[in-house]
Design a protein around this ligand. Structure first.
Ligand SMILES: N[C@@H](CCC(=O)N[C@@H](CS)C(=O)NCC(=O)O)C(=O)O
Length: 212
């Protein structure tokens, strides 16, 4: 059976849980206590060289890391990753956008704010991060004003990936309700069959205040 290396409050890991839920694919979970340093163990670094979650391991030992690469792999030959070349490339466009822009702004800011780490960050870093996050939400809102879902007419792994942190933007101190197209899309994503509503707060982990 597939193994998912997971840390419950991680929304990068939640993306993978969401897709597995949509697919109805059974898996085993191995929890990695990242803030206690378990990700830095030699055993785990052999699975994911960055020490981060998520990662997966197939029964034959094959391993894969980076949440968006995992989504591409697991969604291949399913309705969640179109096979037509340009449509598939548009899915990749939004997956790369997520990894580059969403993770460095909304996700990082939310992590800092929910674990108190924002108090140890310089004010100008927080200010420039806020403006960068607003720009990301504006790009998403504009795109979702033109298209029902990010890559086109269908719900794909691009939506799963971006949704993971974007729908929690209010927890990063961002004015999510101001972005009406994103709000419409959030409702549409929640209505997809097999949507996974369950997320976990950092407060379930007594070590989450630690720096990585
Ligand atoms: N780009 C990576 C980011 C993964 C990531 O940052 N994971 C966090 C949890 S959300 C983590 O495990 N951090 C621990 C570390 O980096 O050592 C992905 O998309 O999978």
């Amino acid at each position: 059976m597939l193994t998912l290396y997971d840390y419950l409050p991680s929304q990068n890991a939640w993306k993978v849980r969401l897709l597995l839920n949509h697919l109805g694919r059974p898996y085993e979970q191995t929890l990695v206590s990242i803030f206690e340093g378990e990700g830095k163990s030699a055993n785990y670094l052999a699975i994911n060289p960055t020490g981060a979650v998520p990662a997966i391991q197939e029964e034959d030992g094959y391993t894969l890391a980076e949440s968006n690469a995992i989504l591409v792999y697991l969604a291949s030959n399913t309705a969640y990753l179109p096979s037509e070349t340009l449509y598939q490339a548009q899915v990749l466009q939004w997956l790369f956008f997520e990894a580059d822009y969403v993770q460095s702004t909304i996700a990082t800011r939310r992590h800092w704010m929910l674990t108190g780490k924002d108090k140890n960050r310089p004010g100008d870093t927080l200010t420039s991060q806020y403006h960068a996050a607003i720009k990301v939400l504006t790009v998403l809102n504009n795109r979702l004003g033109q298209s029902p879902f990010l890559a086109g007419p269908d719900y794909t792994i691009a939506d799963m990936s971006v949704f993971a942190y974007a729908h929690l933007s209010d927890e990063a101190g961002l004015p999510l309700p101001d972005f009406s197209n994103i709000m419409r899309w959030i409702k549409a994503v929640r209505q997809q069959p097999g949507f996974l509503a369950e997320t976990y707060p950092y407060s379930i982990d007594e070590y989450s205040y630690r720096e990585l």
